[in-house]
Write a protein that binds this ligand. Structure first.
Ligand SMILES: Cc1cc2nc3c(=O)[nH]c(=O)nc-3n(C[C@H](O)[C@H](O)[C@H](O)COP(=O)(O)OP(=O)(O)OC[C@H]3O[C@@H](n4cnc5c(N)ncnc54)[C@H](O)[C@@H]3O)c2cc1C
Length: 285
């Protein structure tokens, strides 16, 4: 395994060995190797690249290194900056996984159950990607998750740029039997008081986080922003609105009747509604 100490060295190593695969904490990659899904010809370890293990400030944003572990993001100083990402990091698997697993690995794996992903979608975060010859380009996280843009050969996620909103943020996750601590549904919700906006993303129920944009705009107008308050009826309706946007009713049948959602899907929809309602209630409390 090659162990570069800078991002550009890592990119150079990957460019020189096109069959090599980058590995950060190894929690996803080794699971794929152990199950026989992946047989990398060589590995480029990212664990010694100190420049991507912390964060820095840049124009009202935080530039988060892709090598930040979930354990590090879960600590109080990070939680004071980006509370929803800290909450997601604290929920991401058992302690040994949080100690090794990284933000960059979570994004690159892009599993529906990736806990950081709905938070990054709600925050409208951007990736800074490092490429050959010191090149840097930016990709909205949502574009990568939607498959609209991909990492090219030799490229690595270097940093994630996240706006610092200085306002309440919440991440909530419902778990089930899909794996140890994996989300069945999750909701990330951030308030943007400067723009009087609410941004919400629902994770785990689709291949990528879903943004219920109409529900966000609708509820933002019902919030008393001076007192950060909302009437209970609107809070309840917001949960239903988010859930119906993400898990719509089936199309009417030819005879005009509306088929019922299967019980498991109905249950999931109720879970999403409860998470969204609770998330907004908590953000405004
Ligand atoms: C038992 C268990 C429980 C888990 N529970 C959860 C959970 O509850 N929530 C959750 O979100 N995740 C969970 N995970 C998944 C995993 O821990 C996370 O996705 C973690 O963030 C992956 O990071 P890593 O550093 O270990 O990635 P790695 O395994 O090192 O890499 C994963 C993939 O990303 C690529 N990669 C890594 N870093 C970069 C980079 N900087 N640029 C480009 N590509 C890169 C690798 O080539 C590889 O394809 C769990 C995993 C296990 C094994």
């Amino acid at each position: 395994m090659t162990l570069p100490t800078t991002l550009d060295e890592a990119v150079a190593a990957l460019t020189a060995m096109p069959a090599a695969v980058p590995v950060a904490g190894g929690t996803d990659l080794m699971a794929a190797v152990n199950s026989g899904q992946l047989r990398p010809a060589a590995l480029v370890g990212l664990g010694r690249i100190s420049e991507i293990r912390g964060w820095q400030y840049q124009d009202g944003h935080a530039l988060l290194g892709a090598g930040l572990t979930h354990a590090r993001m879960g600590r109080p100083d990070f939680a004071a900056l980006i509370p929803a990402l800290a909450a997601a990091a604290r929920a991401a698997g058992p302690p040994h996984i949080r100690n090794a697993g990284t933000l960059g690995g979570n994004i690159a794996t892009a599993a529906p159950t990736g806990d950081a992903l709905p938070v990054l979608a709600a925050l409208e975060a951007t990736l800074i990607v490092a490429g050959p010859g010191g090149a840097r380009r930016e990709i909205p996280v949502s574009h990568l998750l939607a498959g609209m843009e991909m990492l090219r050969a030799g490229e690595l996620i270097g940093y994630v740029r996240v706006p610092l909103l200085h306002a309440p943020q919440v991440f909530l996750k419902a778990t089930g039997r899909t794996g140890p601590g994996r989300a069945v549904a999750s909701v990330a919700l951030v308030l943007d008081p400067a723009r009087r906006g609410v941004r919400c993303a629902v994770g785990a129920i689709a291949p990528m986080p879903l943004r219920p944009l109409d529900a966000e705009h609708w509820v933002a107008q019902l919030i008393d922003w001076d007192h950060r308050a909302i009437v209970p009826e609107a809070l309840h309706a917001f949960g239903e609105y988010v859930a119906a946007a993400c898990i719509p009713d089936p199309a009417p049948a030819e005879d005009g009747s509306v088929p019922q959602l299967p019980p498991a899907v109905l249950h999931l929809r109720r879970t999403v509604a409860a998470l969204a309602r609770r998330a907004l209630g908590r953000a405004l409390s």
